[in-house]
Design a protein around this ligand. Structure first.
Ligand SMILES: Cc1cc2nc3c(=O)[nH]c(=O)nc-3n(C[C@H](O)[C@H](O)[C@H](O)COP(=O)(O)OP(=O)(O)OC[C@H]3O[C@@H](n4cnc5c(N)ncnc54)[C@H](O)[C@@H]3O)c2cc1C
Length: 434
């Protein structure tokens, strides 16, 4: 058997070069064309693996979704893809601070994104569909084969290959990556049983719209007429975040509240203004104006699905891995769901490169070892931040307003998934051999 490659002999390293990498001979079948699937495909292509993505949506629709956030840890991945950050810059949020208010509209604290934040590097917060289109187009440019309108119904693997049945066709490769989101079917193969999602106990109302009408209303105009702004209202077991984007011309708001109803696994359904406003009874009139001025077709009611952490993300034979939300759904208050999906893709591409075609099972196991604890720890931050905001002691905050600050942690934001994988993967692969 061929020995593992080390990081010095691995071509393409961490550079942004557009040179074609040496083909690795590894064929990767990816199910799902969200940020996990696309990143895995682009990163695998950068390492010389050949990739196909199978996606059930029939077209890429830029309307799908609203605001999504990428921390500096994943923005670093975008920046290695030639031309992508130049396209992201003009469409992403640019405010200098986050203003916290009480639910009745009293100022609590302003958190400035000063030099400390700049040291972490760029972040990209923008419209999910618009960013997705840029990344999708980049994947196509890099030679990733993407087949839309493909419903994957079955996963299988043996000692020599892994594969899926998609629209009745058998498609095989050296490995399969289940990047099929929070409703993942790939989980069944990996776990050996059906794993039902559970309600998180919370739901979200959310919207993305033009700022034109908000600019004419005295209650809301300050949020949009001075360029991009970011405001958070906090109340008992509810937080409401609002941001303007594209120099204040577009607007997005999201509010998280208790919801004990059962979850439909769909990511969204149309929302109702009266229901939303009822939950916000007694809140700042500006918040009510934002909800009332949202066009009905833009108001979304999204039940937050949660799943217990999985014991493993890797199938028994080691040829199928879960990545992104399929492996680890995040609460939005972690602000890391999409970033962690991207880190998965960057890491797995390196593991496959260093392990080589004859050891793809070791590559996937190394991927899990490298990623598992970090992901668990970051998942937890979603609960911590939610509790920090939803269970805030407002009397105490008057004395110590800084206690409301969103934590900006170096170990999360300074992480470089590709460089880290190159540095630790050789030892992890060696440990798997003993
Ligand atoms: C339509 C949509 C809108 C979203 N909007 C937002 C948003 O506004 N804000 C936000 O923060 N997060 C949003 N999310 C979630 C967010 O994209 C993810 O939490 C995060 O980016 C992790 O991405 P992922 O690639 O792991 O999963 P996802 O983004 O969920 O991607 C999974 C992909 O797999 C495909 N798929 C699933 N099953 C199959 C199958 N059997 N065969 C073929 N393809 C399959 C799905 O169609 C989907 O495109 C949205 C997700 C989706 C699918």
């Amino acid at each position: 058997m061929a020995p593992y490659m080390d990081e010095n002999s691995a071509s393409n390293g961490t550079s942004t070069t557009t040179d074609k990498p040496t083909p690795s001979g590894i064929r990767v079948v990816i199910v799902g064309c969200g940020y996990a699937g696309l990143t895995a495909a682009i990163e695998c292509t950068r390492k010389g693996h050949s990739c196909i993505i199978l996606e059930s949506f029939k077209s890429t629709n830029v309307q799908l979704g609203d605001v999504i956030s990428f921390g500096s840890n994943s923005s670093r991945i975008f920046q290695r893809w030639p031309g992508v950050s130049e396209q992201l810059d003009p469409i992403t949020h640019k405010s200098q601070c986050l203003k916290y208010k009480t639910w009745t509209g009293e100022d609590i604290y302003t958190q400035y994104w000063g030099s400390e934040e700049e040291n972490f590097g760029k972040r990209y917060n923008g419209h999910r569909g618009e960013i997705h289109k840029i990344v999708y187009d980049h994947a196509i440019e890099q030679g990733v084969e993407i087949r839309l309108g493909q419903q994957v119904t079955e996963y299988f693997e043996n000692d020599n290959e892994a594969g899926v049945i998609s629209n009745g066709e058998r498609i095989t490769g050296d490995v399969v990556l289940g990047a099929d989101g929070v409703r993942s079917k790939a989980r069944q193969l990996v776990l050996g049983y059906d794993d039902a999602p559970k309600p998180s106990g919370y739901a979200i109302y959310r919207a993305w719209m033009s700022s034109d009408d908000l600019a004419k209303n005295d209650l809301t105009k300050d949020l949009v007429i001075n360029g991009d702004s970011h405001t958070g209202w906090l109340g008992p077991d509810i937080h409401f975040l609002a941001a303007s984007i594209k120099d204040g011309k577009e607007f997005s708001w999201v509010f998280t509240h208790k919801d004990e109803r059962d979850v439909d696994e769909g990511w969204s359904e149309p929302g109702n203004h009266d229901d939303a406003c009822r939950i916000l009874e007694g809140w700042d009139p500006a918040v009510h104006a934002l909800v009332r001025m949202t066009p009905p077709e833009k108001l979304v009611d999204w039940k937050l699905v949660y799943r217990d952490p999985l014991p493993t993300w890797i199938s028994e034979k080691g040829r199928t891995a879960l990545i992104g939300d399929a492996a680890h759904p995040f609460l939005p208050t972690s602000i890391q769901g999409a970033s962690q999906a991207m880190e998965d893709g960057a890491c797995i591409a390196v593991c496959l490169q260093l392990a080589g075609k004859d050891h793809v099972d070791d590559a996937l196991r190394a991927f899990e070892k490298i990623r598992y604890d970090r992901v668990r720890k970051i998942q937890k931050t979603g609960e911590t931040t939610r509790d920090q905001w939803h269970k805030a002691d407002f009397d105490n905050l008057k004395k110590n307003p800084e206690a409301i600050k969103l934590k900006r942690e170096e170990w999360v934001l300074n992480h470089d998934a590709e460089t880290h994988a190159y540095s630790v993967c050789p030892d992890v692969l060696a440990s798997l051999r003993h």
